[in-house]
Design a binder for this molecule. Structure first.
Ligand code: FRU
Length: 298
């Protein structure tokens, strides 16, 4: 297991405009929300936040913007001591999401606006000194570039003999991202993507993804909301890890990202086994939803 504990999170950072509503609004209605706020969001960006809150050292690698609206995101990253030294910059306006939290059902509805915002490239990734990291976490996004970045980590690892763990957050574009999975140590497959594939439970999803891989290398983890999560190790042993029931459901935005961060933290910092790390991730996700944002997770 790696002695280097800094995690590099590769992916997106966006502005989340969140409104808290008693219930989901009717279409074409004009109403007031109970409260609202903005926060830094995006999958890898949220994973960075939760890792940092849990006590990990984190560096974020994603496209930053020189646009005025982006300054709040930069300030938040700086305030939280999340490194951004390798990030390229663009003049384009940052992506954002309108998020509706409905307090009666606990749902979070995300409308995301990306405006063709550029994604980091394999060329940008070459500037990173990988010797500083113990774990590199990727979003399964922009597969043609991401596969080259993952391959660069694999090549670095075999050349330098360094232990460097690779994980993948697999939420979209199933066919296009499949070959990324074979290069990773851990793949976390989202419930939404699994349902789109027609898999009706975590075990079916883990086994289904495993069947579709060519080299069958990674451990596969599939969080299944209030049913907990399943995990399949690289020897094909499957385990269901039960959920922790939250005493209240306040904010489910970023629960999956919190699960991901909990899993990385437990594996890298606490040296937990696969199933124990998934159990810890379940605890982090269920605790996350009991309050707004991420700062209450400790
Ligand atoms: C939550 C999230 C939000 C963001 C959206 C992007 O998982 O990362 O913070 O708006 O997803 O798809």
């Amino acid at each position: 297991m790696s002695l280097k504990k800094t995690v590099l999170c590769v992916g997106c950072t966006v502005i989340d405009f969140v409104t808290i509503n008693a219930s989901f609004p009717e279409e074409d209605s004009d109403r007031r929300c109970l409260d609202g706020y903005w926060q830094r969001g995006g999958n890898a960006s949220n994973v960075s936040t939760v890792l940092q809150v849990l006590g990990a050292r984190v560096e974020f690698f994603g496209m930053l913007s020189r646009a005025d609206g982006f300054r709040v995101l930069l300030e938040d990253l700086r305030k939280r001591d999340i490194g951004v030294r390798y990030c390229p910059q663009t003049d384009k306006d940052p992506p954002f999401s309108s998020v509706i939290l409905a307090q009666d059902t606990g749902s979070r509805t995300i409308v995301h606006c990306n405006k063709n915002y550029p994604y980091v490239t394999a060329e940008d990734f070459k500037r990173i000194d990988l010797s500083a990291f113990g774990w590199v976490h990727f979003e399964a996004r922009c597969p043609t570039e991401t596969i080259k970045m993952i391959q660069a980590v694999v090549d670095y690892r075999s050349k330098c003999g360094d232990e460097l763990i690779i994980s993948l957050d697999f939420e979209t574009l199933y066919e296009e991202n499949l070959n990324l999975c074979d290069l990773c140590d851990y793949v976390v497959l989202s419930k939404d993507l699994a349902l789109k594939k027609g898999w009706k439970a975590a075990q079916e999803a883990c086994l289904g993804l495993e069947r579709d891989l060519i080299q069958h290398r990674p451990a596969i983890i599939c969080p299944w909301g209030s049913d907990g999560a399943g995990c399949l190790d690289s020897n094909k042993n499957y385990r269901d890890m039960g959920a922790y029931k939250a005493n209240k459901i306040v904010d489910t935005l970023g629960a999956g990202d919190s699960f991901m961060a909990g899993f990385i933290y437990a594996t890298l910092y606490r040296l937990y086994s696969l199933s124990d790390a998934v159990d810890f991730a379940n605890q982090v996700a269920s605790h996350k939803i009991t309050n707004f944002g991420y700062d209450h997770i400790t």
